[in-house]
Design a protein around this ligand. Structure first.
Ligand code: PEP
Ligand code: MN
Length: 338
């Protein structure tokens, strides 16, 4: 970091800052300018508390140079991370991975039928919530472990990788047993105990961005998982809360290239939650592929009108198939494959 002294700061104040920097186990390099003195702090200071220097008399501001996340950063690892989706494929390589399925697992026969349909259309992963984070405690909360068993049966039949949300630490063992990828939902992006615990598993993690989380908070959440040894993290943009009300959430696609500029982790976009409106989903899939998304996660339902959750943003299998065809040409234009 760089410590910028106030105009007119005294040599004693500069000396004090130098001593504080050394106490932190770091080195200092003082640059005396015509108007101000600047102290360059040398060493890995990303985990040091910069506010300890900000409060020192004579200090104007402290500017971090290194990102506060380390393992998630491109500074640490230059090669892009490729995350396996079970035995079905990967996300992060040339091929764009598509995960599709209902918001919630509702029914065994219907889920298996849908799994065959999305597989046929080119999906690599099957999504479906067995444990559902619902705004109301009276709304359908998911099928629980029975839902996980249905998902596993669908994998048996189709070979699709299973992606399902884990909402609490107690649910981790069951989700690890049945699923290929653990999804951390938007509402849990800063549930630090949960992040650390999934970081102790060996399953890839699809980390959804919190609906009011900044990009830096998002990457620090990924860091929690990686710090415990699990480096198979996918970052999923699912839309944020804004003043807009023509959509359920606002989908900020500029985050895709920005995450790629800062991190080696693959980026997945969820245009279903990102818009909340079925008629907007296919176009946002195209835009996501065009701006470099490594994967897509989509809600698809055999009968959206009767879906128990998120029907208004769910595609029919036919619409999903059409979308898959339409993104092929866009993928080719940006040197990717579907
Ligand atoms: C979901 O994937 O169905 C879900 C609840 O997503 P989010 O956590 O992004 O709201
Ligand atoms: Mn949903």
């Amino acid at each position: 970091m760089i410590v910028v002294m106030k105009q007119g700061s005294t040599p004693a104040q500069v000396e004090h800052v130098k001593n504080r920097v050394r106490e932190m186990g770091l080195k200092d390099h003082v640059i005396v300018g015509e108007e101000r003195t600047v102290i360059a702090v040398i060493g890995d200071d990303r985990f040091k508390d910069k506010s300890a220097l900000e409060t020192v008399p004579g200090v104007d501001k402290v500017m971090p140079i290194l990102a506060p996340y380390k393992m998630a950063s491109l500074e640490m690892k230059k090669e892009r991370t490729v995350v396996p989706l079970g035995k079905a494929g990967t996300i992060g390589g040339k091929k764009i991975g598509v995960i599709a399925g209902p918001c919630s697992v509702e029914d065994r026969v219907k889920l298996i039928e849908l799994a065959h349909a999305v597989k046929e259309a080119g999906a690599t992963g099957l999504r479906g919530g067995a444990f559902k984070p619902r705004t109301s405690p009276y709304a359908f909360q998911g099928m629980g472990e029975e839902g996980l068993k249905i998902l596993a049966e669908a994998r048996e039949q189709t070979g699709l990788a299973i992606v399902t949300e884990v909402m609490s630490i107690e649910q981790i063992p069951a989700c690890v047993e049945y699923a290929d990828v653990l999804q951390i939902g938007a509402r849990n992006m800063q549930n630090f105990n949960l992040l650390s615990k999934v970081g102790e598993t060996t399953k890839p993690v699809l980390l959804k961005r919190g609906m009011s989380a900044t990009l830096e908070e998002f990457l620090l959440a990924a860091e929690y998982i990686m710090a415990r040894g699990n480096h198979q993290v996918m970052l999923c943009e699912r839309g944020i809360r804004t003043f807009e009300d023509y959509v359920r959430n606002t989908l900020p696609l500029a985050i895709v290239p920005e995450l790629h500029r800062r991190s080696h982790l693959p980026v997945v976009v969820d245009p279903s939650h990102g818009t909340g409106k079925t008629h907007l989903v296919a176009d946002m899939c195209k835009a996501s592929v065009a701006c470099g998304a490594d994967g897509l996660i989509l809600e698809v339902h055999g009968d959206p009108e009767h879906a128990m959750t998120d029907g208004a943003q769910s595609m029919t299998p036919k619409a999903f198939g059409d979308m898959m065809k339409s993104i092929k040409r866009i993928a080719a234009a940006v040197d990717r494959e579907v």
